[in-house]
Ligand binder design. Structure first.
Ligand code: SF4
Ligand code: MG
Length: 460
């Protein structure tokens, strides 16, 4: 999911949030929502669909406020229905709160059961609403917004980057492992205008300046007094989702002081070092495989060319919820350049293989277009384990690399050769401490313990 928040009295916060969400559209395409706070009332609008489908000028004009919270949803828990759209709005003794969540809790079931005993009336089945109710419960027990929120976050296990709007101010929060990203920006020279966004591309689009990341286990509290920071978690550590860097986040977003485009170029260079093969051209699977393909070309000296053209107006195939939609989506999406491909030995680079359905179809398309050899190179290791922290990599039995060797996968997707990037190569290319990332979908080494029943529901 994509989350966004803004505290900017006298600005058109609804409109700025709209543009922020527009830049974060890639993080979730199922539903979109904005809540604005005008001091007395919350104005909430959320619907199924893309940001541009859910909002228009007249809806935004009816949403005044000095601060706002926005969300684009990609469902990992709860079904794809409008009641599950966010922000989640909950009433408390201190007034309403609006919460936007990116990530996935692993203890949702236990938390919901505890909250139900105290008579919370859940509207949805999402973990996000459970977090909102946990805050409300603590507030209704007499705590203020800050203490109430911190009490609630200590009960939450898993991944959560949150933007929470309250009657007193705006919160930005990351879980104690910082699994999902969240950045802070400033808007103009007025010191009391702040922006929160899942990625820096959400700041760029409204002209906000990147200030810093929200740290793992940190809560930032933005009010008319400015910004204050609270380190609420007992033992924070850095476990940023490496998949954000490889695939999920936009290439123009900055993490660790460089664009993810630059990181992905390095992945491609490393991949060429590890698994060079003779060929006539290198191409990427649009869009996510392209930076690594360019890096592969740079390091191998094999010319880069485009072999597939993407229809820019078809959504990301992966995020659509059903297998059938996914399969038909792919055909709508990529068209081969026959004159470029005919008679060529092709290296095709992609960021990942999850189920293997995309790759198999692409290889067939390239051969039909005249490629004489197809060598696939993947700029991440084999995905062998499901994610419990908010990326929908499916149940383990759907992951092609969970049961098949690289040679078997090569046979199934009908390539002349297949190679994946090494786990070490992926982490070393970050230039950061290799221990500061979650890479559980490649190793099964989950940084936040997953309760047994949940584990059993996704693992073979
Ligand atoms: Fe990211 Fe994989 Fe960890 Fe999930 S399991 S948070 S996708 S690295
Ligand atoms: Mg892709």
């Amino acid at each position: 999911c994509g989350v966004f928040g803004i505290y900017a009295p006298a600005e058109d916060v609804a409109k700025l949030t709209y543009f922020g969400l527009y830049a974060l559209q890639h993080r979730g395409q199922e539903s979109a929502g904005i809540a604005t706070f005008d001091g007395t009332t919350i104005h909430l609008h959320k619907e199924m669909g893309l940001v541009s489908q859910v909002f228009n000028e007249s809806i935004l004009q009816q949403m005044p406020g000095r601060m706002a919270v926005g969300h684009t949803r990609y469902s990992t828990t709860g079904s794809s229905r409008v009641v599950n759209a966010q922000p989640a709005v909950v009433e408390t003794r201190l007034g309403s709160l609006a919460l936007a969540h990116n990530g996935n809790l692993v203890n949702t079931k236990a938390l919901r059961e505890e909250l139900l005993q105290r008579q919370c009336n859940f509207n949805t089945t999402t973990d996000s609403e459970a977090i909102a109710f946990a805050i409300a419960e603590a507030v209704n027990d007499g705590k203020d917004w800050l203490d109430g929120a911190i009490t609630a976050f200590k009960r939450c296990h898993g991944a959560f980057s949150l933007v929470v709007g309250t009657t007193a101010g705006l919160m930005g929060v990351r879980d104690s492992n910082g699994i999902r990203p969240l950045v802070i920006g400033t808007l103009g020279s007025n010191p009391h205008r702040y922006v929160l966004a899942s990625e820096t591309c959400g700041l760029d689009i409204i002209g906000a300046e990147y200030l810093r990341d929200v740290e793992p286990g940190e809560l930032v509290w933005i009010t008319e007094a400015g910004i204050a920071s609270y380190h609420w978690a007992q033992q924070p550590q850095r476990k940023l989702c490496i998949f954000e860097m490889i695939y999920f986040a936009r290439p123009d977003s900055v993490m660790h002081n460089e664009s993810l485009y630059t990181y992905r170029l390095r992945l491609g260079r490393q991949l060429a070092k590890e698994s060079f093969v003779e060929a006539d051209m290198v191409m990427g699977v649009p869009d996510s495989g392209i930076p690594a393909a360019i890096g592969f070309s740079q390091a191998s000296g094999i010319p880069y060319a485009e072999g597939l053209i993407k229809n820019r107006y078809v959504g990301r195939t992966f995020i659509q919820p059903t297998q059938m939609m996914r399969e038909s989506g792919i055909k709508m999406k990529l068209n081969p350049l026959k004159d470029v491909l005919a008679g060529k030995r092709v290296i095709i680079v992609d960021d990942s293989i999850v189920r293997g359905t995309t790759s198999r179809k692409l290889v067939k398309t390239l051969r039909e277009a005249g490629a004489t050899e197809v060598h696939m190179r993947i700029s991440s290791p084999p995905v062998t384990h499901p994610c419990f922290y908010g990326i929908d990599t499916d149940n383990q039995d759907q992951l092609i690399a969970a049961t098949k060797s690289v040679e078997d996968i090569a046979k199934q997707i009908e390539v002349d050769s297949l190679a994946y990037l090494s786990w070490e190569g992926m982490l070393l290319a970050t230039g950061e401490d290799p221990n500061s990332f979650c890479s559980a979908c490649f190793t099964g080494d989950y940084p936040v313990a997953v309760p047994e029943p949940l584990k059993r529901s996704k693992l073979m």
